[in-house]
Design a protein around this ligand. Sequence first.
Ligand code: TPP
Length: 645
Amino acid sequence: MPAAEERTLLERGFGAPELDDVSVASLEERARELRGAILTMTTLAASGHPGGSMSSLETYLLLYHFANVDPARPRDDDRDRIVISHGHTSPGVYCALADAGFFKLDDAVAHFRQAGSVFEGHVERSVPGVEWGTGNLGQGLSAGVGFALASRLTGQGFRTYVAMSDGEQHKGQISEARRLAAKERLTDLTVVVDFNGIQISGDTSDVMPVDVAADFAADGWGVIECDGHDVRALYAAIAAATADASRPVAVIAHTVIGKGVSFMEGKAEFHGRGLTADEYARAMAELGCEPSLDTARERRGGVTLTPALHRGERRWAYDAGVVRDYTRDKHVDNRSAWGQALTDIAEANPGMPMAVLDCDLATSVKTDGFVRVRPAGFIQCGVGEHNAATVAGALSVSKVLTFFSDFGVFGIDEVYNQQRLNDINEAQVKLAVTHCGLDVGEDGKTHQCLDYVGAFRTMFGWKVIVPADPNQTDRVVRVLPVTSGCVAVAMGRSKLPVILDAAGEPLFGGDYAFEYGKATWAREGTQGAILTMGTVAGAAVEAADLGAEHDISLGVCVVSSPLDLDDEAMEKAAAMPWILVAEDHGSRTGLAASVAEWVASRGIAVRVIAHGVTGYQSSGASGDLLARVGLDPVGIITRVRSLIA
Ligand SMILES: Cc1ncc(C[n+]2csc(CCOP(=O)(O)OP(=O)(O)O)c2C)c(N)n1
């Protein structure tokens, strides 16, 4: 195996008009050897995807050898980004990365798909050289678009390459990404499609006919076709693609699945299975490679794993601007407070790269102010939420403070798996969703996002913040840049009363500072605790005030971080006879679920009453809808009275 230092002769960057003979010979020899390694690792693991790995191999070798990447500095700011969209071809990726010096090939071969190893079945950001974890097909181009936008917004000027497969071209998200790339004139973006004509169920043309070249061309891309196993032709195609300064270009690399082993070539069977011992021996003989299963197996047993590459958490040094106080006599919607604080941050930090992704709802989600201040950072994605969510993820790990703003139902429910992959990739997306809950109003059932807490409860990293009034929204947004990880701020649509404390002053005004995980008591009481959040928090406070008029003493605690409860506040609530949870959210998976889990896991015997939404509701004015399900002040106090009785 050639050592990493024994690089091919040409310089990085696809700047040469063509590959010289020495480089061609060297790459062909590497490809032959690495095909053997692909077979050893998939046979040893008894699983994995050798077929596509073997068809994509020359693409991977050229990208990792000639793009501007440096194995010694895999997190360099201005490195080129290489995204592998068909993440199942990880054996091919690991072989090419190892060949380029990112880690030892023997480690990847031995520990492929082994529990605890970074060399997972689908590529993952923990592996040095891997930029984005994929495996759910159709998302890689969007990640590439995100990186290409980041290059422009930060001024770093790196190039982005995306390797894709032909089988995934059916996927709608790819069309969304193609169009955005063309619209944004991302000329530093190059795609290479591994066109092997085969996927799991057989011929790609039978499974779902797609004219890949025509699709890219129709969306405004340049298209170059070539033989994807002829390194000279493939290099020339990629070089021509990178030289086109007028539009993004897709190289369609015609390849053969299972390339190099006669009985594997062109067979769908070898898309996703390791070889038998006999097949392995025959294949290695054909390739002229030394069988090395036994040594690899031994190495697998003495587990010394390649360390995961640290992803680095982004916390911004920035100016939060001057907080805005919303006074009691003025009703403002949370979304307007969000839009205002966002605009303030953009104005206060002219040098900080920022992006706001929109899906044709800017005026409703109130990002139109940002557009005026920072037009270059406003990325209009059209009705292409899947793409927007993934673009946001990639932007957010590239030194761009990234917001995605949408209706709850589109920014969460529509794109659940894209947000899940953002979670897996440890992205830093700040998601501002409006029109959540019944407070979407007249749009009705299809638009009622009643699971904004529940959806993210099922993931592991996402944080959810549900501000209760415009003052709290303002404070939340100002600390979002330093609230690490993926964070969703869930808001409704209506104008809300400013919540007042017992002394009649704004509860979240003045010096109040939002701290993730901290709850705020709005009223003190003894007969029971109402825990609440978001749109209905004001109604819960009003209900307690109504109760007080009839000598009912209720505590009201505004919980703005429903997935990470405040222990101190919970201990106080759990000491009361009961806890009623009032929320504009599905009653099974929202704040009530968190509260129930908190008390149950501590063995505390206190009754928890979920007072949320129990089914999709009709169209109607928000206030009417909330009243119909008992989430207005009268409905809440009526439920309290039934408890006390
Ligand atoms: C969104 C999604 N749907 C389904 C799958 C399951 N799957 C894995 S690979 C594959 C076929 C893809 O074809 P292609 O990428 O062309 O495969 P290859 O050339 O490696 O045979 C499918 C359907 C997936 N990974 N992601």
